[in-house]
Every structure is written in C-alpha cells, then in structure tokens.
Design a protein around this ligand. Structure first.
Ligand code: PHE
Length: 347
C-alpha cells in the first residue's frame, strides 16, 4: 500500500484552499489537524508502512502538517486584515476610560515653591549638573582644603586618559553653582531661584540619598538686609505650610554667607506642642540661609561696597516629606505606582 499519492493530493488541496470566513478556516484546520484529523490519522498508519517507504512517508506527512499550519496562519492573518478594513466603529459607544497620569510629588512641590517665589518677583534660572570646581566651590568662597570638597561628598568625574581622577570636573553638590553663573552673567538687581538635581556621595538610607533636589534663592541689590531675608522666608513658609506657621532662625555656618542661619518652622504635625516627628522640640529645620559673603560678590565681579544680598537653599525631598508625611526618601526614586498614584497635581 503506497499512501504517498494520497498525501500529495492533500498537499495540492491545501495549496488551493481559500477561506471565506474564520469558521470556514477553523473547519479546515480541524479537518486536517484535529484529534481525528487527516494528519494524525496518517501518523497512526506510520507503523504499517513498509520499512523502505518509512523515510519518504515521514517526509511527506511532515510536509503536509507544516503546510496546513502555515496555510492556517496566513489565511487567519489575511482574514483579520480584511475584517478591519471593512469594520466600522460604532461611534455611539461610550469611549474607553482615559486615566490621566499625575505629577511626581517632587515636581508638585517644586512647582509650588516656584510659584510662591515668582509672586514676589523671583525668576527661575537653571544650570548644568556636570560642573567644575570654580562654580561649585571656589567662587563660593570654599577654602581649598574645605571638607566639602572631600571625596566623601563630591562625585568627581574621571576624565584623564591615564585614568587619573580630575578634580575640576564634578557633579554639583548644590545648586548654588547656578547662582554663580547668574552673577557672572547678570548685573544686580538679581532676584532668582534655581531648582535642580544635586549629587552627593552618601550611603542610601531612608533619610539620605546620593541624588536629591534643591531650590536655592539669591537676591542682590543695594541695601538688601537680613530683615528682608527673614520676611521673605516667613512669607514663603506661611504660603507653603499654612498661615499658622511660625519661623525661627538659628546661627549657622556656610562658606558663602555671613552671617549664616538655619531656619526652622513650627512643626505642622503637632502645631508646635512637640511630637516624635519634631523630636519633641515643636520645630522642624527646613533650610539654610544668610547674607551673601562680600568675598563671593567680589569673586563674581559685583562691587561689595555698593551691593549686598541674601541667599537661601532648601531640599525639595525634605519639604515634600514634611508636606505629605513621607517617611522614606527612597520612595521618591522607586517609581512604585502605588506610591505615585496618591498624588494628584494642581501644578
Ligand atoms: N548651598 C547650601 C547647601 O547645599 C544651602 C544654602 C544656600 C545655605 C544658600 C545658605 C545659603 O546646603
């Protein structure tokens, strides 16, 4: 018994087969490939085929099987194409629900801070994240051996062909570098804030990260006073944290300001009574500030006899943590939708 001519007949039939619709095609598929279909039936007969014909028979039956599969796939594809071509959408159906995204909490807070300062005339300036020693340290009155230049804090970028670490190319550790660039390019009066990403070589923990965001402010004009600095930051604190907010200033030190201070606000969780967030002091530290050191003005070509200025800087992560009561800094950078979906943006 030679089954080869019979298989060849089927092969021809498969080649010529055309499906009018998906049902047609499914019937064809079942007829050939279904459990009791033509192809499995042929396979069953394999053991009865004389040994000398087994090879040729096997090749033919495999060819038939493959062909049917290919034919089914191509016809299925072309039926689908055909279908979409003549398929008209029912325009009266309700639309698919549109899920709007929300802004990242750091963007919401940054935009709100910008909006508060722009109401009192501050412009926004930005600068590069990859900086040099001049703009991050030298022109801000950091002495050459200041610990903040240490490898512990600053990411230096290796640049030399011989692999030597070059200390003049680095990732900015604060956005005060942008203020240096503003002073280089603009004449007073200057009133600007610089939001941006900064980098410090710190171990990642719930309270610290090697990447974070700052907003720093700079105001230079004739007769700028510490009283104006206090009033500006008081205005900001009440606008951002609510009208009940009080502020207090504690003496501090920064190389680029003199005198320098740290500013605390009333703990908004306990209203100043004392709780575990404010460590029972009633106050929360939110920023550093001070009068621009005359050296900094002079380094940047501004006459320190004629002009004075104030500067301040805050971490956006910290402000957002206080606003939304977020207790782990790492949440900002993990892109977990369960976290991000909790923030709907007004800004
Ligand atoms: N640059 C300081 C920091 O990164 C913050 C600061 C800015 C302090 C301006 C005083 C004045 O911590």
């Amino acid at each position: 018994m030679n089954l080869i001519p019979e298989i060849e007949k089927y092969i021809r039939e498969v080649h010529e087969f055309k499906a009018k619709n998906p049902e047609d095609l499914e019937q064809f598929r079942i007829r050939f490939l279904g459990k009791k279909g033509i192809v499995p039936e042929f396979f069953k007969q394999f053991k009865e085929v004389p040994p000398e014909q087994k090879k040729e028979f096997g090749q033919h039956i495999n060819q038939l099987k493959q062909l049917v599969q290919e034919r089914v796939n191509t016809l299925r594809h072309s039926l689908k194409k055909h279908q979409t071509k003549h398929h008209y959408t029912d325009l009266t159906l309700p639309g698919d629900p549109f899920v709007p995204g929300s802004r990242h909490p750091l963007s919401i807070v940054r935009n709100e801070i910008i909006s508060i300062f722009s109401r009192i005339g501050f412009t926004v300036s930005e600068g590069p994240e990859i900086e040099d020693d001049t703009h991050v340290f030298s022109k801000l009155n950091f002495p050459p051996d200041h610990p903040a230049r240490d490898m512990q804090d600053t990411f230096f970028i290796e640049k030399d062909p011989d692999g030597e670490s070059r200390h003049d190319v680095l990732l900015r550790t604060h956005t005060s570098s942008v203020q240096v660039r503003v002073m280089e390019n603009q004449k007073p009066p200057i009133r600007t804030i610089s939001p941006g990403r900064v980098f410090r070589n710190e171990a990642i923990s719930p309270r610290a990260h090697c990447i974070f965001h700052q907003i720093e402010g700079l105001y230079i004009d004739t007769d700028v006073s510490f009283a104006q600095l206090k009033q500006t930051l008081y205005y900001f604190s009440r606008a951002f944290f609510g009208p009940e907010t009080n502020v207090r200033f504690r003496p501090s030190y920064f190389p680029f300001t003199e005198p320098s201070a740290e500013m605390d606000i009333t703990c908004m969780l306990c209203g100043g009574k004392g709780c575990n967030v404010c460590k029972y002091t009633g106050w929360l530290e939110i920023l550093g500030c001070g009068m621009v050191d005359p050296n900094v003005l002079e380094f940047n070509g501004i006459d320190s006899e004629k002009y004075t200025g104030f500067a301040f800087g805050m971490g956006i992560e910290r402000i957002a943590m206080l606003k939304y009561q977020i207790n782990d800094l790492r949440l900002y950078f993990e892109n977990d939708l369960r976290f991000l979906e909790q923030f709907s943006a007004d800004f």
